[in-house]
Design a protein around this ligand. Structure first.
Ligand SMILES: Nc1ncnc2c1ncn2[C@@H]1O[C@H](COP(=O)(O)OP(=O)(O)OP(=O)(O)O)[C@@H](O)[C@H]1O
Ligand SMILES: [Mg+2]
Length: 218
């Protein structure tokens, strides 16, 4: 039995090695493809898209393997979420998804790396939106814990849910049930929240939806 945190550190070590070995040949391949593109073959375009996809995966991994930069600042979680909702607007339109934010009385600021926390919100909102291909509503609530020692962000979708046997695998690298998913989104979330000494909880009911709760200490 491997605990989740062990799985993550193994993945992190793997990341550093694999990503560096792949990045250099990838860059050179992309350069040659761009030269070839001048000859206008349609295959080249497909290959360039595939190379971009590999680049994306490699970059996610490299970002994850880097030692955590400790430039934490005090941030208001509600403001971070507002910025993310604006950023996600085009994608939510595309999926016909409404995003509703219910921000209760102001929360205390949390010490965090704002871009990383925004990345977590983006990855989770993206999953929520993608889980409702026919459209629907994503409800977001942000509240202080009763003892005021943390801020809880709850993201609830009305999607198809995650099958119970798959729930245990969530957060493992490359676990994806989507045709074009990389299966890295939630793993990155776990790592970031773990580095912030927070917690992520996932509850899911098939054909009803999924609730993700992220707690960050103030
Ligand atoms: N809100 C959700 N509703 C239903 N299934 C979900 C939800 N969030 C995650 N999942 C399931 O968990 C899997 C892993 O999610 P994760 O974000 O890590 O990767 P991905 O979405 O497949 O790929 P990527 O995020 O890289 O595009 C998804 O493929 C999906 O099956
Ligand atoms: Mg995802």
């Amino acid at each position: 039995m491997i605990r989740r945190s062990d799985k993550l550190s193994i993945a992190g070590e793997l990341a550093a090695g694999v990503a560096h070995e792949i990045r250099n040949p990838l860059t050179s391949l992309k350069g040659f493809m761009q030269l070839l593109k001048a000859k206008k073959t349609e295959y080249v375009d497909i290959m360039l898209v595939e190379i971009d996809r590999i680049s994306y995966i490699v970059n996610e991994f490299i970002g994850m393997a880097k030692p955590q930069a400790r430039n934490y600042v005090e941030c208001d979680v509600q403001s971070l979420m507002n910025e993310v909702i604006v950023f996600m607007h085009p994608q939510s339109l595309l999926y016909n998804a409404q995003i509703r934010l219910q921000a209760d009385p102001p929360c205390l600021p949390v010490r965090c790396e704002p871009n990383q926390i925004k990345q977590v919100f983006i990855n989770i909102l993206k999953n929520a939106i993608e889980s409702m291909p026919g459209g629907g509503t994503v409800e977001i609530g942000i509240q202080m814990l009763e003892d005021r020692r943390g801020v809880v962000t709850r993201i609830v979708d009305q999607g198809g849910g995650i099958p119970p046997d798959r729930l245990a695998k969530i957060g493992e690298p490359f676990f994806s049930l989507k045709e074009s998913g990389t299966g890295l989104g939630l793993m990155v979330c776990y790592r970031i929240i773990e580095a912030h000494k927070g917690r992520i909880d996932i509850r899911s009911v098939m054909n009803e939806g999924t609730t993700i709760e992220i707690e960050l200490p103030v």
